[in-house]
Design a protein around this ligand. Structure first.
Ligand code: DGL
Length: 298
């Protein structure tokens, strides 16, 4: 039997739309509810505890809409809050870091992988950990390209990229100058694969590609995550049949601002308009108690 409940997707703002677009492409029968926490963005410079708190509240909001899956369409929230959400959620949770790392390990030819992400994600080293996990899998499977010292990871925080993306400055001279400054070290390091470890960054991919050159493979973590989502829907027998596909949008900041940025990107606009909601009304005391018991938070 088909499960036509929507998939719930959240990000700190508009970055998660890059994931949403990939979900639409990969699983067109699915309905989605997107929440952009534009009112509290950016997450990248917030503390571990705050990111967990915001992410739990976003999750509670989406669960109140009867979603069948939660997608953390934010690299920073994936890095800091995945474990917490997976523990507290009553439905499966998908994040973006591990799928992106898997794709990068498969794509690299010289084993030199760059990661650009928010300060919070780089400091958490989630991508370093995820890449190592994938390399270990290759080694265990006897893949010839993998031996423990054949991969090297180079990480670079690019905090201004989030502001530029939220501002709609996806392709101008200021963005190009900023990209040159951030990406020069990674070019010198000779990376042949670059993980766009923050879901806002694919919005700037034209400029990033211009600076890195066509030979460097850019990994869009949303694309990788959409594969995981498609598999999970099949494995849990929760695929929709496409008879009534709905697309809802919520933002915790001005709806018009959100729509103006999101519509052109999503091509075809926002079907029923974006609605305002703030998720800080959701009480997550019980979730925190459980996480303390499990030793996931202090
Ligand atoms: N889109 C986000 C990420 O993937 C968040 C950026 C931010 O809010 O700082 O990390």
């Amino acid at each position: 039997m088909a499960d036509n409940r929507p998939i719930g997707v959240f990000d700190s703002g508009i970055g998660g739309l890059t994931v949403l677009r990939e979900i639409w492409k990969r699983t067109p029968n699915e309905s989605t509810i997107y929440f952009g926490d534009n009112g509290r963005t950016p997450y990248g410079n917030k503390s571990h505890e705050t990111i967990i708190k915001y992410s739990l509240q976003n999750m509670r909001f989406l669960l109140s809409k009867d979603v069948k899956m939660i997608v953390i369409a934010c690299g920073t929230a994936s890095a800091h809050a995945y474990k917490a959400l997976a523990e507290c959620s009553s439905v499966p949770v998908v994040e973006v870091a591990f799928p992106g790392a898997r794709c990068a390990v498969n794509a690299t030819k010289n084993g030199r992988i760059g990661v650009i992400a928010t300060k919070g994600s780089v400091e958490s080293d989630v991508y370093g950990e995820a890449i190592q996990t994938e390399v270990n899998k290759l080694v265990a499977s006897g893949d010839i390209k993998a031996h423990s010292d054949s991969f090297k990871v180079f990480q670079q925080p690019c905090p201004l990229f989030v502001t530029l993306a939220e501002e709609g400055w996806w392709d101008n001279e200021i963005t190009l100058l900023t990209a040159k400054k951030y990406l020069e070290p990674l070019k010198r390091d000779g990376v042949d694969t670059l993980i766009l470890g923050c879901t806002h960054y694919p919005l700037l991919s034209k400029v990033i590609e211009q600076v890195m050159g066509k030979d460097v493979t850019l990994i869009d973590t949303g694309k990788s995550a959409s594969e995981v989502i498609a598999d999970k829907l099949i494995n849990t027998s929760t695929s929709a049949d496409g008879t009534m596909v709905t697309k809802e949008f919520y933002t915790s900041d001005d709806e018009k601002l959100f729509e103006n940025l999101a519509s052109p990107f999503l091509g075809g606009g926002i079907p029923s308009g974006a609605q305002f909601t703030s998720t800080d009304r959701f009480d997550i005391t019980k979730d925190f108690e459980l996480l303390k018991q499990k030793g996931i938070v202090r």
